[in-house]
Design a protein around this ligand. Structure first.
Ligand SMILES: Cc1cc2nc3c(=O)[nH]c(=O)nc-3n(C[C@H](O)[C@H](O)[C@H](O)COP(=O)(O)OP(=O)(O)OC[C@H]3O[C@@H](n4cnc5c(N)ncnc54)[C@H](O)[C@@H]3O)c2cc1C
Length: 375
């Protein structure tokens, strides 16, 4: 715990987004006694590193959602931020409520399809139920198709085959190499071999041309998937989409559009302040920083943003961000300072498939990637 600081009563920090970055900032502000409000669409922190395990194992999702209110009480507000007024220094919620800030931390992260991501206005119980529903749909299906062979799709296919070796699992990917583009070719090749050895059928270099028409995550016999190059029609009982993640820029696009990179992430200076704004910080997946997009690093950046807010209001020098090596990130990701401390393990020991271990080890050897990384 940091010591309680005495700051000017005009100081009020608003954090948009309670993912790994936002909750780390909130923990820090709380322990330093700085007034803050954390805003998230969900009423619970989602440990989404375990999201795909929660899609196949009943009861696991409950370990991956942790109530914000228990940790942050009145400092948490459930709501969707729809805009930022830079002039009046207000954050606008969908409910029309406005929250004034002296300092703003933008931590809206990235978005993608369920089950890899769960960015919805939802209660903890409803979120858990959605994963339990998917577990039941998986149980019913004889043939599951995973669309998208990036890191999430590879992990999803492996989770399915690990728990259900008897089910037919097909992974369809638009490229020939699987997983993250920045992984070494030999690692991507090894992943392919492991999946094949486990019995996953791979359809590579092809796109599903009727993806928009398909009902995802719901068991439905003889669902037909059409490919863009091959006339073969794949029939499945369940389709799970694991296609690419995108930076979640919706709430700041209007106010800070001129500060955004091509992928929607916010350009920040060495102190993690958004270009041209000394009181607005961007951290985690939505910050335009080099280095892997990882849970642990999101937390490190959030901690630095809070340090710099404290330093700026107490007349001290700001600290620059030094990107950390993926190795450190790999080991630190399980850190979680939410109270009560009941976050799930980074990856439960018994579920560490050889495939995931390989991916994680590979992460240690590769240079920092330019794109979003899932592992
Ligand atoms: C399937 C999967 C597996 C992964 N595995 C690993 C791993 O093994 N190791 C690792 O280090 N990283 C892993 N990652 C990456 C890691 O999850 C991200 O780097 C990390 O979540 C980034 O944290 P963040 O706080 O920046 O963003 P996010 O976790 O995306 O959180 C953003 C939060 O902001 C909220 N939000 C967004 N917009 C609004 C709005 N307008 N109003 C209110 N709230 C809003 C969302 O609800 C969400 O809670 C994985 C990612 C996925 C998808």
């Amino acid at each position: 715990m940091g010591s309680q600081l005495s700051v000017d009563e005009s100081v009020k920090v608003v954090i948009i987004g309670g993912g790994f970055a936002g909750k780390a900032a909130a923990c820090d502000l709380k322990s330093n006694g700085i007034p803050f409000v954390l805003v998230d669409m969900k009423d619970a922190f989602h440990h989404n590193v375990g999201a795909l395990r929660a899609s196949v194992e009943s009861g696991f999702a409950r370990k991956t959602f942790i109530s914000f209110e228990e940790s942050f009480h009145d400092n948490f507000k459930q709501g969707k931020v729809v805009g930022i007024n830079l002039e009046t220094q207000h954050v606008l919620l969908e409910s029309n409520e406005e929250l004034h800030f002296s300092h703003l931390i933008i931590a809206t992260g990235s978005d993608g399809p369920f089950p890899g991501k769960f960015n919805q206005i939802s209660s903890r119980e409803a979120a858990i139920q959605q994963y339990e529903d998917l577990v039941n749909e998986v149980k019913k299906a004889k043939h599951v198709v995973v669309v998208g062979g990036g890191s999430a799709g590879v992990e999803m296919a492996a989770e399915l085959k690990t728990d259900y070796p008897e089910k037919e699992i097909t992974l369809i990917h638009s490229k020939v190499a699987l997983a993250d583009v920045d992984l070494e070719p030999k690692v991507r090749q090894a992943l392919k071999e492991i999946l094949l050895k486990k019995g996953v059928k791979l359809v590579l270099g092809q796109r599903v041309s009727n993806l928009e028409e398909l009902k995802m995550n719901k068991a439905c016999e003889n669902t037909e998937l059409h490919l863009d190059k091959d006339p073969e029609v794949i029939k499945a009982d369940l389709v799970i989409c694991c296609t690419g993640l995108k930076v979640n820029s919706a709430c700041y696009g209007t106010a800070l559009g001129d500060k955004m990179g091509n992928d929607g992430s916010l350009r920040v200076n060495e102190f993690l302040q958004v270009d041209g704004h000394t009181n607005i910080y961007a951290v985690g997946d939505c910050a335009n920083l080099t280095g892997p997009k990882m849970a642990y690093l999101a937390g490190v950046q959030a901690n630095l943003a809070v340090t710099n807010i404290i330093n700026s209001v107490t007349g001290k020098c700001l600290k620059p961000y030094k990107s950390e090596s993926p190795k450190r990130a790999e080991h630190g990701v399980a850190e979680d300072c939410l109270t009560p401390l009941h976050s799930p393990p980074y990856i439960a020991e018994e579920h560490q498939s050889d495939l995931r271990t390989l991916l994680k080890n590979a992460e240690l050897q590769k240079p920092p990637p330019r794109t979003l990384l899932l592992f």
